[in-house]
Design a protein around this ligand. Sequence first.
Ligand code: URA
Length: 210
Amino acid sequence: MDKQVFIMDHPLIQHKLTFLRDKNTGSKEFRELVGEIAMLMCYEATRDLPLEETTIETPISETKTKVIAGRKLAFVPILRAGLGMVDGVLSMVPAAKVGHIGLYRDHETLQPVEYYSKLPLDINERDVIVLDPMLATGGSAIDAVTIIKRSNPKSIRFMCIIAAPEGIKAFTAVHPDVELYCAAVDDHLNENGYIVPGLGDAGDRIFGTL
Ligand code: URA
């Protein structure tokens, strides 16, 4: 694949990201910003959806015009922070289905443990966009995509707001076939696994559990 990582540096996304990062931004505004950024990123990440011609009548005349060519999408947020992106992407693609994945790494076996997984039954007919605002070590992103691949979707893309270089490296090494869309690539991970400068704990800031 020529290019696997896409950085969405649209001015509107970058502007909103500044307020998202700010530690003085409260949960209500933070939630709204996550939704708005996800909506704008979805617009970019679906730029190559195929179109087909249709014929309609305007009040003035008949005309040939275009609609999305029956391509079916599914969004799969990784619990819990990915939930914050769902409303935004659904506002762009209301007909999409939504699956959910919750997982953690067993500290002893280091194997991913799915504590929740509910994917659309027809996921094998769908293009999937996995959602998680932060790609830090890449562990849960890698595991979630591995789990989703077992259901044979038509394609998988991964959308995050902020990625760490360490996460990108790990993710692209395991899933070279999955395009990665992010709004920013930050500097590094700190010793606690937080992205620097990042925005702190996305789940805590979305749900006010600080
Ligand atoms: N998850 C977060 O919410 N923030 C980070 O910085 C890293 C992982």
